[in-house]
Structures are given as C-alpha cells and as structure tokens.
Design a protein around this ligand. Structure first.
Ligand code: PLP
Length: 403
C-alpha cells in the first residue's frame, strides 16, 4: 500500500495533456501571435495580413489554386464543398470509412444529393478497385463527384488518394474528386494539385495547430467550372462572393482577424520546419505509438499497415473492458484527455492523438499516461509499451557536432 505521505493530491498541476485527435495543442508562439488588438478588417493593414495567409495556405495544400477560408468548423467546409459544386438530385459516391464519412453523408442528403454510400468495415480505407468498378459501370457519367475522407479520425485509417485518382483516370470518368483532409492536412503528405483533387476540405484545429474556428476549401479549375452550373442554393458559402474580395486580401464579411494572426504564425512555423520534416515527424511518432500498442498486446483498429494514420492511433480495448472508463481514469489521475470511440466504436476504442505541435517527450508522456492508466484500470496488458516506443524513437536522434 502507498504510504499516506506519498498519495496523490488530485489537484492537477503542470500542463493538461490534450491528446485527442484534434483540437490539438496550440503552440505558445501561435497563442502569443493571436494576443493582438483587433484591427479594422477594411484597412490596408488587414489586406496585407489576408493576402499573406491566403497565399501561405496554398503551400500547405500543395496547390497553386485558390484556397478560401471560412470562419466555421470543418462541417462548414463540408457544406461549402457540396453547395458550390452540386445540384439537387446529383448522384455522388462516398466511401464509408467511419463516423466522419457517416456525418458527411448526412450533410449531402440534407441537400437532396443522392449519396451512394460504399460500405466499409471501419478498419480499411477507400478501395480504388471498387471505385474503378463503379465508375466504369456508370456509362452515362451520372456520378457527379467522389467524396473521400483522407484520414478517418474515428478509426486512424488513411486512404490512398493517389490510388483513387489513378482509378478515376483509368476510367476517364469526369466526376469531381472531393477530399476531406481535416485530420491530415499539415500532418500527413497531401498534394492537392499533383493528385488532381478538385476540392480539398480542411480545418484549423488539427495539423495547423490553431484553435477551432476556421475551415478551408482548396478549389481546382475544374471545381470552379462546376461551380458555374451548380444549382444548390448558397449564400454564406458562395465561393464567388469569397474569391472576389480575396484577390485583394479582403473578405465578404467580418473575418476572424485574430485567428488569422495565429494562422500567419502557424504557417511560418510549418515553413521553418519544412513540410517533409513535418510529415516525417508525424510518421515517427505514429510508428512509436504503434510499437507501444503492440507491446501492450492491444489491437490497432487499422488493419492494413499501408493505411496506418500518422496523426492518430485508434486502439481496441480487450473484450469486457470499457474504453470510456479507462479514459476517465486517465483524465482524473494524469490530467490527460484521449479521444473517445465514436458511434459504433463507442466504449470499444480509445484514440491517441499524435498530431500538430508535438514532440518525442510529449509522446513519451502521453504513452506513460496510457500505460499507467491501463494498470490502474485493471485492463489486461503486457508491460513495456513505453520502452518499445522509446526504442522506436531512439534511432532518429543523434549528437550534433555543436554539442
Ligand atoms: C475527418 C473529419 N471530418 C470532419 C470533421 C468535422 O469537423 P468539425 O467538428 O470541425 O466541424 C472532423 C472533426 O473532427 C473530422 O475529423
């Protein structure tokens, strides 16, 4: 038994560990950048800020196309992509990858879109072979768009967009390709132009290291053309209304000025690190996390190693053990938030977020919290997960000449 003098006082000290797969930890540099007096959004000073962030965003999407920015959560950017490109009754394909594909389907259906939901197991990504077969069978080209969640945040499965693009090109089908990168942008390699994506949807609160409240559409020329004939009603989300003032750095309505200060700083941080390094860092932390999970003897939700997510890892609980109880014990004792299992995975799965502003020691702390939590909650597991993660991380580090 622990002697009374060593028992923990449950007042939390130090920093909370926010290890859900978004919103993610906002770096101090970004918080400080947002701590700024609000300026006139019709001033020359604002136009400079607006133009700078709209230009900088293109680098992150790896595009030369326009990127529009909404003061809205990611759900707003889903809706924007739909109402700007489609007409009532249009047929679209959407892959069932998990909870978020399910929600996106509902958005489409509310607008009268005929969503053909391609069934999936929630353990694998979108199938390029299935897409090719469906498009090849659509001789009259009645399918107007293919919708995919790049990184399914509820399962930790990343679909291969290049494979899906190849399948579309193979059939010469003209459908638009619309991709949700809400939990992959600035964490997992993503190339809007090279992969010929028509609309890329993203949010501020994950890889971009910002608070929630902004979301984005990157728009290809083909998507802009489709916009000309799309008949769904739109006002707030209308790309045309946004693109005109954006040309000079302005917005058609009051922009989230202070979030834009944060965005400018976050873009600067991503540029300093370099996108390839950002992606490698996420891969390294993801691999170390999986090493820990394997050592604990627990099961990773993602079945296909080629589709492992670099931004989060979803883990099955052993039969008869509740993931929400484990999360509650970890929060109570170690002040760490882990992601919950969503919809049909509720209680069965917990999710470790390892994206955004994050480093090796934060990961080590996170995994220590999980391992101590497993022990405390009486969840059957093997010890040594943290050590396996450290072993996985170690080769990436070296002694620099200056030390
Ligand atoms: C992949 C994905 N798509 C869409 C959403 C919805 O975004 P929001 O909650 O910001 O509206 C989320 C939220 O986590 C997500 O992870």
């Amino acid at each position: 038994m622990t002697p009374k003098s060593l028992e923990v006082n449950m007042i939390h000290t130090g920093r909370h560990f926010l290890q859900i797969p978004g919103p993610t930890n906002v770096p101090d540099r970004v918080l400080r950048a947002m701590d700024h007096p609000v300026i006139d959004h019709r001033s020359a000073e604002f136009a400079k800020l607006g133009a700078e962030v709209l230009e900088g965003l293109r680098t992150v999407f790896q595009t030369t196309s326009p990127v529009v920015l909404y003061p809205a959560s990611g759900t707003g950017a889903w809706e924007a992509a739909i109402v700007n490109t489609l007409s009532p009754g249009d047929r679209v394909l959407l892959f069932e990858t998990g909870h978020f594909s399910q929600l996106w389907r509902q958005v489409g259906e509310k607008f009268g879109i005929k969503v053909e939901y391609i069934p999936g197991s929630w353990r694998r990504g979108a199938s390029a072979a299935e897409l090719e077969a469906r498009l090849a069978a659509d001789h009259d080209c009645t399918i107007k768009a293919v919708l995919v969640v790049h990184n399914e945040t509820s399962t930790g499965v990343t679909s291969s967009i290049p494979d899906l693009r190849r399948a579309m090109n193979q059939t010469h089908h003209p459908a638009l390709l619309i991709v949700d990168t809400i939990s992959s942008l600035a964490s997992i390699d993503y190339r809007h132009d090279e992969w010929e994506v028509d609309v890329t949807i993203a949010g501020s609160q994950k890889g971009l290291m910002l608070p929630p409240g902004m979301s984005f559409n990157a728009i290809s020329e083909k998507a802009l053309l489709a916009n000309g004939s799309a008949r769904l009603p739109r006002s707030y989300w209308d790309w045309q209304e946004m693109l005109k003032p954006n040309l000079s750095g302005f917005f058609p309505y009051t922009p989230p000025t202070n979030l834009l200060y944060g965005l400018r700083e976050a873009l600067q941080m991503l540029q300093e690190e370099g996108l390839p390094n950002v992606f490698r860092r996420h891969e390294r932390h993801a691999e170390a996390t999986r090493a820990a999970v394997r050592a604990w003897g627990l099961e990773i939700v993602c079945e296909n190693p080629r589709e492992y997510s670099s931004s989060l890892t979803a883990v099955f609980m052993p039969e008869g053990h509740d993931a929400d109880r484990l999360r509650a014990i970890i929060l109570d004792n170690f002040d760490m938030s882990l992601g919950a299992g969503l919809s049909k995975l509720a209680g069965k799965v917990f999710r470790i977020g390892h994206l955004g502003s994050f480093n090796a020691l934060m990961l080590a702390g996170t995994l220590c919290g999980v391992e101590m939590g497993l022990r405390l909650a009486g969840v059957p597991h093997q010890e040594g997960g943290v050590m396996a993660a450290l072993d996985s991380l170690a080769p990436a580090y070296r002694i620099r000449a200056s030390c």
